[in-house]
Design a binder for this molecule. Structure first.
Ligand SMILES: Nc1ncnc2c1ncn2[C@@H]1O[C@H](COP(=O)(O)OP(=O)(O)OP(=O)(O)O)[C@@H](O)[C@H]1O
Length: 766
């Protein structure tokens, strides 16, 4: 053991020396860079007297620029190394494996940490990066025979020992020998920490099944179905870091994209990759994407507003219609019918828009339609559109010529500002020798008219170039009515509802994806080929249609799709098995995580009883208090006891406490009642982050994040009675790491009643 402490001290000193050396080098490079910038032009001989001299001047500028570039690059590299060393100085390694590879006589100790570190002569690894092929032995194997995949093929050997280390500010604090995968004690220690507003890395305690998902590269689609708190998000983030390391010569962080459920979640996970020494990947919400594409024409409903309506609008007369609308339009069948509809547009049916300019009709929609459908039908729709656009632009050019003599142009000419006149005069001056046809004044008027008409026509031309002369809205309506006639008469109400919404400039959430899909299939879309990996978190909240659409948007990307169907926000969502349902091709790989790490065992034993199959969730062995269920007659009698609970939690140093409600309205109500008494943050969908302390938020915004303690604001039957609400309640309970208290304002939810009373403590308030 003494050896380990000496080695730790040696490595620490080695890192410090390396840091000092690198600092000097960096100062040197920065100095060089500064000097190069300052003397850039002094080192360049400027001579443009003839073409040879000019050529020489250009190449000497190029040489200087390359030199500067090279300095900047090595400066950046050194800064990155500095950051790595800083992290290693804090905690150089967390594990060791004693490995004897086949054919070797002795086993060799290999130390594993956040990044690799070579010895002075660069001939030996003092520390292996956790992402190196050999490091997988640490995560995957117990003592005994092992094998791992290396670039050269499968390597076999024997694992003779495994050790774990705990460092604090560079100093070795403790070490444990373990024969098991990753010792439960170390994991327990990691999980007992307080919740944080930023997600932490898990590299030192990655579990075997998680490692499998992190390193899988065989399939284009990797699906992780994992119970609440099983590490899906953690895996997605460490996987991104793994891919960036393994393919560091071809892959950059901006070629990875993460679809997160909301902004709060985006900021929650934003520190993981930087902490692992990688740049962050681009983060997007699907809602943000839809907004970007459609908000210039429509007020786009987002998923959360749709959900609020579904949860609260049961008495609305359109409620049933809306339910059918959402269910139908989310399905894969709907997408297939849309495909059939699109196929039928080859010969007829695309509606066009009349092209107008200053209230006058330039080209009638019928004429555009005739032109389009007279083109050879074997030519694809998009190519026919391109040809039609070219034809329209030519027609517009003719009209543009005629328009120059119109009265409005003359009026505009009179209002021309000085700058424009000066510009025109310059053009005339420049071409003076060629100007003998017109008097200068006439020439000036002519140029001005051209300019005015050209500018006025430009927006129309731009619209033609982006194929805006197709009437997508009417086309979509046409499709909805086709559905009514050919498939289901009862769909009439849905069709009418949708058309009314669109006419009033509103795009319902369930229509946004089919609408864009239709538009993109007809007009074509610039798909993003630069993105190589797409990560989708909380994938159960995407409809089948949305998942298929995302595959179309990123045609060359590999997909990592993580989710939990027991936490579905919407009952219609893709849920269950996306592979079996054909949403993803069957060569997609599915990994299932059953073990839940976030919550203490008592919390998870209780929460899993809310599921139809509680046995599917395996709680991690970590002690804690049983959840408490407090039943009250009404809302007002719960406020005092709730305050007491919060105070008790704060006394226990549980610093992050969430009061979770079903809806945003309820969250506002809770906030109003409690904030008189203490500082409570109300978190809404526009929040990008939250501060540590007491927060109140609806369950759909708490998705993916965690808190020391959770208080379910009202677990009564009036709140959680439907199937959908059952899963919302489960999601709320599983946000708690250490403590869970449920208040019920009235009779307890029917999903909680059957839970055996030995799994929780019960209190009744009079
Ligand atoms: N191998 C591990 N080592 C240490 N901590 C872990 C490990 N796996 C998961 N955790 C911790 O468990 C908690 C839950 O992880 P994470 O949020 O990734 O799970 P999830 O499956 O995405 O959860 P949910 O679906 O409920 O949002 C986090 O605090 C995470 O750090």
């Amino acid at each position: 053991m003494q050896y380990e402490y000496e080695r730790a001290a040696y490595i620490h000193a080695f890192i410090r020396t390396k840091q000092a050396m690198l600092k000097d080098q960096l100062e040197g490079v920065s100095g060089d860079e500064m000097e190069l910038k300052e003397t850039f032009w002094e080192n360049v001989t400027m001579n443009f007297s003839n073409s040879e001299d000019a050529q020489e001047t250009i190449s000497s500028i190029r040489q200087q620029a390359e030199l500067l570039n090279e300095r900047e690059r090595s400066g950046e590299l050194m800064k990155k190394q500095m950051r790595t060393l800083r992290r290693l100085a804090h905690s150089p390694y967390f594990g060791r494996i004693d490995l004897k590879e086949e054919g070797e006589i002795h086993s060799e100790p290999l130390y594993i940490g956040l990044a690799s570190l070579m010895n002075e002569t660069e001939s030996e690894f003092l520390i292996y990066d956790w992402r190196a092929p050999i490091s997988s032995v640490y995560y995957d194997w117990e003592v005994g025979p092992i094998s791992y995949e290396a670039p050269a093929g499968t390597i076999k050997g024997e694992l003779n020992g495994k050790r774990q280390y705990l460092f604090k500010r560079g100093e070795l604090q403790a070490l444990f020998d373990t024969s098991l995968a990753i010792g439960d004690d170390r994991l327990k220690e990691a999980l007992s920490h307080e919740a944080s507003t930023q997600m932490k890395t898990i590299v030192s305690t990655i579990q075997k099944e998680q490692n499998q998902a992190i390193r899988d590269e065989k399939n284009r689609f990797l699906v992780v179905q994992g119970v609440a708190g099983s590490g899906k998000t953690s895996v997605a983030m460490q996987r991104a870091a793994y891919l960036l390391f393994r393919h560091r010569d071809q892959l950059e962080a901006n070629q990875l994209i993460l679809f997160s459920p909301n902004q709060l979640f985006s900021s929650y996970v934003a520190t993981v990759l930087p902490e692992l020494g990688e740049e962050n990947m681009t983060q997007l919400t699907f809602r943000g994407y839809l907004y970007k594409r459609l908000s210039n024409r429509y007020e786009v409903e987002d998923g959360f507003h749709q959900l609020e309506y579904l949860l609260r609008g049961k008495n609305d007369q359109l409620y049933r219609t809306r339910m059918v609308s959402i269910k139908t339009k989310s399905s894969q069948v709907f997408k297939e019918r849309l495909d059939q509809f699109i196929a039928g547009l080859q010969d007829k049916g695309i509606p066009f828009k009349t092209i107008r300019f200053r209230e006058q009709i330039l080209l009638k929609r019928e004429d555009i339609q005739t032109y389009f459908y007279c083109l050879d039908h074997t030519v694809s729709l998009q190519n026919r559109l391109r040809l039609t656009a070219e034809w329209i632009l030519k027609e517009l050019a003719k009209l543009e010529g005629k328009e120059r003599t119109s009265d409005w142009v003359e009026q505009q000419r009179e209002l021309t500002d000085k700058e424009t006149l000066l510009e025109i005069r310059k053009i005339i001056e420049k071409n003076r020798e060629n100007e003998d046809l017109f008097e200068e004044e006439e020439r000036q008027q002519d140029l001005l008219s051209r300019k005015i008409v050209q500018e006025a026509f430009q927006p129309v031309k731009n619209q033609v170039k982006s194929f805006s002369f197709i009437d997508t809205e009417s086309l979509y309506e046409q499709f909805l009515f086709d559905e009514v006639h050919q498939v289901d008469k009862s769909f009439t109400a849905v069709a009418l509802y949708t058309i009314n919404e669109l006419k009033n400039g509103r795009m319902p959430y369930e229509d946004a994806t089919p609408f864009l899909y239709l538009q993109d299939r007809i007009k074509g879309i610039k798909v993003n080929r630069s993105i190589k990996h797409v990560f989708i978190d909380e994938a159960q909240d995407y409809s089948s249609f949305q998942l298929i659409y995302l595959q179309m948007l990123y045609p060359v990307a590999k997909f990592t799709i993580v989710g939990d169907y027991s936490q579905a926000l919407y009952t219609h969502s893709s849920s269950k098995n996306v592979i079996e349902k054909g949403v993803l091709p069957d060569q997609a790989k599915q990994i299932i995580f059953r073990k839940s790490y976030r919550s203490t065992k008592p919390i998870m034993m209780f929460a899993r009883e809310l599921l139809p199959d509680p046995g599917a969730v395996e709680p991690f062995e970590r002690d804690g208090l049983k959840p408490t269920v407090i039943e009250a007659m009404d809302r007002s009698s719960t406020i005092e006891p709730m305050k007491n609970q919060i105070e008790q939690m704060l006394d226990k140093d549980l610093a992050s406490i969430a009061i979770i409600t079903k809806t945003a309205i309820e969250a506002a109500d809770a906030h109003a009642r409690l904030s008189e008494w203490m500082n409570i943050q109300l978190v809404s969908e526009d929040h990008h982050e939250y501060k540590e302390g007491v927060v109140v938020l609806p369950v759909y915004l708490a998705k993916g994040i965690e808190f020391d303690s959770v208080i379910v604001y009202d677990a009564s039957d009036s709140q959680y009675s439907t199937d959908q609400e059952r899963y919302h309640l489960y999601t709320a309970c599983t946000r708690a790491m250490h403590e869970l208290v449920l208040f019920s304002q009235g009779s307890l939810s029917k999903w909680l009643k059957p839970i055996h009373t030995h799994l929780y403590s019960k209190e009744a308030l009079s």
